[in-house]
Design a protein around this ligand. Structure first.
Ligand code: EPZ
Length: 417
């Protein structure tokens, strides 16, 4: 198992190229199961979760070719079953339900268990697909679904679930008639998925708003499509510039999708500007804490909560961070406290009191964004920080240690001792 060893205290300076979005690439790759012709994708990030998804598509019968950030998916003889061994490593596998039911009229997907950040049930996905005519059984840890051709329906989500909206959007493209999704999630990754599906012949309106309308069609062709840039990766590097007192110039940065994040970082005292085709993030003068509440898009993203918490650890004053999306997304707090941070937890809230310095120590990553927050804290801490279990980081950040090294970080990857 690998770990990262970080010597802190070096301001980051230079250019970082933002990779393709993990949370757009995963549903788009799975949506390729809907297509009857080949799909060519570019800007697919090289991540552990992408590798798992390609394995899943191959297991479901698709023919896959990958060359760096280029992926070619050729439809094969589609099979209805997504096995537990893959699903347990990546919950997004549950997104296969919609495409398999609409292409084959049957699907068998292992029920994803809980995860470090919360219970994460899929009841809203199931309830909505049932409205479209699917019938489900849960047996031996697997969800088995059957249907004749799915039919259009009016679906109102109790909560704007990202995965639920993606599953329904995919299922509705080949259903008979019109589907209306109300209280839909509005994340940019859903818009990217809709654009991909439309490039394959789907008829969709309202993506990016809380009401999405889909007219079912008989078949989807293939297409060539470039995955959008990763707004969470970009936000993470902005925070890295802030916590090290440096200046980073981000290329291929999806600035338009970072409204709430940029507002919070500017409120904390950072300079963040679009300069030509780049975004420059710098923090020359000290930062101060603010209050944050995570919300569905366009609110402040839960996937940036941990990274901004690290930033606040070294800012003046105090601030309250309220996590409203996941019930257990403060696993990084005690690790940050090991580095000398002053954070008090009570229920869904964390009170961060800024301190003068953090001091390096060995810490343990528990999930993807928690690991990014520990790397950021290590970049600013005095002395050596060792971040363990970085397989979490590799799930969602492409070559983070290499990118950081190029802008002046003293960081190396090594086998855990
Ligand atoms: C997506 O997860 C992202 N993952 C998550 O990013 C992100 O944190 C989340 O959306 C919220 O923005 C991918 O896109 C692959 P949800 P998803 O369905 O689809 C509850 C990262 O760090 N819920 O919007 O699982 C659920 O438990 C990852 O990149 C139900 O109760 O999120 C949670 O509390 C982590 N029943 C809330 O809704 C359901 O059927 C939001 O979940 C579905 C969800």
């Amino acid at each position: 198992m690998e770990q990262l060893v970080i010597q802190g205290g070096y301001p980051l300076k230079g250019e970082v190229a933002i990779s393709g979005s993990k949370n757009a690439a995963l549903p788009i790759l799975i949506a390729s199961l809907l297509c009857e012709d080949e799909v060519r994708l570019t800007k697919v990030p090289r991540l552990r979760d992408i590798t798992t998804t390609l394995k899943l598509l191959a297991l479901l019968g698709a023919d896959i070719e990958q060359d760096g950030q280029h992926v070619l998916v050729r439809p094969g003889h589609l099979l209805p079953e997504a096995p537990y061994d893959l699903v347990r490593t990546m919950r997004a596998s549950v997104l296969c339900l919609g495409p398999l039911l609409s292409r084959l009229g049957q699907a068998k997907v292992a029920l994803p268990g809980g995860c470090a950040i919360g219970a994460r049930p899929v009841d809203l996905h199931i309830k909505a697909l049932e409205k479209m005519g699917a019938r489900f059984e849960l047996e031996g840890g697997d969800i088995t679904g059957h249907c004749n051709r799915l039919h259009g329906a009016r679906i109102h989500f109790d909560f704007p679930t990202v995965g639920g909206t993606e599953n329904l959007l995919m299922a509705a493209t080949l259903a008979s008639g019109e589907t209306v999704i109300e209280n839909a999630a509005q994340e940019p990754e859903i818009v990217d998925l809709a654009h991909f599906l439309m490039a394959c012949g789907a008829i969709i309106e309202g993506h990016g708003t809380s009401v999405i309308r889909i007219q079912g069609v008989d078949r989807l062709k293939g297409c060539s499509y470039a995955i959008m840039s990763d707004r969470i990766e970009a936000g993470t590097y902005m925070a890295a510039a802030g916590i090290t007192g440096g200046e980073l110039s981000l290329t291929a940065c999806p600035f338009a999708h970072l409204g709430a994040v940029v507002r919070v970082l500017r409120d904390m005292g950072m300079d963040i500007e679009e300069v030509g085709d780049r975004v420059v993030a710098r923090a020359q003068d000290g930062l101060h804490c603010v209050d944050i509440e995570t919300m569905p898009h366009p609110g402040f993203p839960t996937d940036m909560q941990a990274q901004v918490m690290s930033l606040m650890c070294l800012a003046r004053g105090s601030g309250v961070i309220r996590e409203t999306i996941f019930e257990n997304r403060f696993m990084h707090v005690l690790e940050l406290v090991r580095l000398g941070a002053a954070i008090t937890l009570s229920g869904k809230q964390a009170l961060v009191q800024g301190v003068k310095r953090l001091t390096g120590a060995p810490v343990m990553a528990s999930d993807l964004r928690a690991s990014a927050s520990l790397v950021l804290a290590g970049l600013a801490a005095k002395g050596t920080t060792i971040v363990r279990r970085i397989y979490h980081l590799d799930r969602g950040y492409e070559a983070m240690d290499a990118k950081l090294t190029r802008v002046g970080a003293h960081i190396r990857r090594e086998q855990q001792r």
